[in-house]
Design a protein around this ligand. Structure first.
Ligand SMILES: [Zn+2]
Length: 173
């Protein structure tokens, strides 16, 4: 996948969340380095980018999973054929769940949330999260062994995410 798609979504998210720019700085620098060097010079320390869907169904419930004291996503890595991170998150959701009626929510297709985790080796893992709708209430999915369930937005336990979902879904109506 073209790194310009990652940079575009980083810019869009930073514009909406200027207070989070410091945590995203390293990924901006890495993308700049890849472009100017024409290759990766970071070896094992090159950050990983993953995409994940935050799924809302027609009952306005959100698919929630919880794992290792963190919010869990139906997530995966990018492949060469992905045209954007948003479409990659939809692809990963469809591949993981087998659901076919899945589509991006609303006109604003920038990331709903970007979280940053440090791996045991010290490299960073950037999770780009997108709001995606699904025409289902199927909850019998356990991607990566994590149990998920549908819950009202108000019960989403991570305040930053809950606020972001509420803001996006209220502005979309
Ligand atoms: Zn690199």
């Amino acid at each position: 996948m073209d790194s310009s798609a990652i940079v575009r979504d980083l810019f869009a998210y930073s514009h909406h969340h200027p207070d989070e720019q410091p945590k995203l700085h390293q990924l901006f620098e890495v993308m700049r380095s890849h472009r100017t060097q024409g290759r990766c010079i970071h070896a094992d320390m090159c950050p990983e980018v993953v995409v994940g869907a935050i799924v809302m169904n027609e009952s306005r419930n959100v698919l929630c999973g919880w794992h290792d004291d963190r919010w869990a996503f139906v997530e995966g890595t990018l492949v060469a054929d992905d045209t954007s991170l948003l479409t990659a998150s939809v692809r990963v959701l469809m591949e993981t769940t087998g659901w076919f009626h899945v589509w991006p929510e609303g006109e604003d297709q920038s990331p709903l949330h970007i979280d940053v985790q440090e791996s045991s080796s010290g490299s960073l893992r950037f999770g780009f999260r997108y709001l995606v709708c699904a025409n289902t209430s199927d909850a019998e999915i356990t991607p990566n062994g994590i149990a998920f369930s549908w819950r009202p937005v108000s019960s989403v336990g991570q305040p930053a995410l809950r606020t972001a979902i509420e803001a996006r879904t209220s502005s979309a109506t």
